[in-house]
Design a protein around this ligand. Structure first.
Ligand SMILES: [Zn+2]
Length: 173
């Protein structure tokens, strides 16, 4: 397991759709293990493969926040939203590729997602609450969409400028 560097917005790889995974092989198993290690290290509750520069439809998440509750690391390959609620809710979202910036985003409050597991089986689950927000945010990454794309252009440009500055500072350090 290796912790991989997380790409920071703006980066062309964060704006490109990722490709479906055809076969679950050792490469995908290693990728998933590295992604979980990278997510927990950050720390974050979700990470999509394009965020580490891998253009494949793989995401990991674990939205268990209570330290008394066992972690629930999930790996979703080729995930698809197959149903969403009419009900919507607003969460203040953040992103490991847009550090320390948060904004309200409105999404369906419940979604049913189908994906391929590392076991090669098709899985389906109905997500609510933070899990529903997280899985939609991560699937967006696989389509080259960031949470700031839902914001008003001015706010988005302000955040992008901050990230450009952060990247310049990191490059100099
Ligand atoms: Zn994100």
């Amino acid at each position: 397991m290796a912790i991989r560097p997380i790409l920071i917005h703006p980066d062309p790889r964060l704006k490109k759709p990722a490709a479906d995974v055809d076969t679950i092989d050792d490469g995908i198993r290693t990728l998933a293990a590295d992604m979980l290690a990278t997510m927990y290290d950050a720390p974050g509750i979700g990470l999509a493969a394009p965020q580490i520069g891998v253009m494949q439809r793989v995401l990991v998440m674990d939205c268990v926040k209570d330290p008394e509750t066992n972690p629930r690391p999930m790996v979703l390959i080729n995930p698809q939203v197959i149903a969403e609620s009419e009900d919507r809710n607003v969460y203040e979202e953040g992103c490991l590729s847009i550090p320390e910036q948060y904004a309200d985003v409105e999404r369906p409050s419940e979604v049913t997602v189908r994906w391929l597991g590392l076991d090669g089986e098709t899985h389906e689950e109905h997500f609510t609450g933070l899990w529903a927000t997280c899985v939609q945010h991560e699937i967006d990454h696989l389509d080259g969409v960031l949470f700031i794309d839902y914001l008003k252009p001015l706010k988005r440009q302000m955040i992008t400028r901050k990230m450009q500055k952060l990247k310049r500072e990191r490059a100099r350090a």
